[in-house]
Design a protein around this ligand. Structure first.
Ligand code: SF4
Ligand code: MG
Length: 318
């Protein structure tokens, strides 16, 4: 999938370049990387709030990449985005009941008591009470508002939920309860989920598999436990070296790898390996030759010249 944006000074920002992510039914795929790496753009393309410039987005086998608004409408119930900031995604003029009911009326053609019943059921599932249906978003806390967005997202039993930093706008004290709710609902209902975050503890908790993005490209993809146990790409190693260790019994090499320099502009990405300007292990070849994202054992993928075909990787902290 690719997504280019016209830049104000001319030129093309390749926000997302050659990204391919498959999310199975019932699977949670975490997407991590610095801000500006293109994570949100991937998420917006995945639910077709953005149209990919090149490449394709398939949902349930249907190519939705370039469908018109009208053609997309009946499919919208199958995929949903939960935004970072619920205050900006919930219409302040509507009651909570109306917000949750809207997709049900639209896609399920349900009316009257059936809608009300479904709304109350959904409120219960996200830990709220029936009387919350008559409130307006501003009368609720940030955590409650995010529960409303989740209820709305789940109202038509979607196959895919994209959650873009769903807790980062919330108080730290309520982040865990919203993450737990998302994890419970995902497990019970089995929807596929693309979980976009820079919270490494959250992604380790929630995701089955993780894709790491750098400057619009995926540089590594692996099952969660394997990625945390042995990150292969130097960028992933640096990213994880900054993560808190949730369980002190687990011994991980935790030497902090500090990356120097800013994230380069996607308008003019470095030649060769895009990470070479900040990679502590870069060699000559990295400046000219683009490393392909290739398969290594363990159902993993990595794009680095120094990782061998059997998956042996250098240690960027050494
Ligand atoms: Fe670093 Fe070279 Fe590997 Fe890129 S290809 S991550 S610059 S060692
Ligand atoms: Mg973002």
């Amino acid at each position: 999938m690719e997504r280019h944006f016209g830049a104000s000074g001319g030129g093309t920002v390749r926000a997302v370049d050659g990204v391919s992510i498959t999310i199975g039914r019932g699977e949670v795929v975490g997407l991590v990387g610095e801000s500006g790496s293109g994570k949100s753009t991937v998420g917006r393309c995945a639910v077709r709030l953005d149209e990919p410039t090149a490449g394709t987005v398939h949902i349930n086998g249907t190519d939705v990449s370039h469908l018109s608004r009208r053609a997309l409408r009946p499919l919208r119930k199958d995929f949903h985005l939960v935004f970072q900031d619920p205050s900006s995604s919930l219409d302040p003029r509507m009651t909570v009941g109306q917000i949750i009911a809207e997709p049900i009326r639209l896609h399920r053609r349900a009316r009257g008591a059936a809608v009300r019943e479904r709304v109350e059921q959904l409120l219960g599932q996200v830990g709220l009470r029936p009387e919350h249906a008559d409130r307006h978003p501003h009368e609720l806390s940030g955590g409650q508002r995010q529960r409303i967005s989740i209820a709305r997202a789940l109202s038509c039993d979607p196959d895919l939920v994209v959650a873009d930093e769903p807790t980062s706008a919330l108080d730290v004290s309520v982040q865990a309860s919203v993450l737990n709710l998302l994890a419970d609902l995902q497990r019970d209902r089995g929807f596929g989920c693309l979980f976009i975050t820079h919270d490494l503890a959250a992604v380790e908790f929630l995701a089955d598999r993780i894709a790491v993005m750098y400057l619009g490209q995926i540089v590594e993809q692996a099952p969660t436990a394997e990625l945390f146990a042995a990150p292969k790409h130097p960028y992933t190693q640096a990213l994880l070296s900054a993560a808190p260790v949730p369980d002190p019994v687990v011994q991980r090499s935790r030497e902090r790898i500090v990356l120097h320099g800013e994230l380069p502009s996607p308008l003019d990405p470095p030649a060769g390996c895009r990470f070479h300007t900040r990679c502590p292990l870069a060699v000559d070849r990295c400046r000219t030759e683009v490393p392909a994202l290739r398969d290594i054992p363990g159902g993993r993928q990595v794009s680095c010249h120094l990782v061998t075909d059997d998956g042996t990787a250098p240690d960027a902290a050494a």
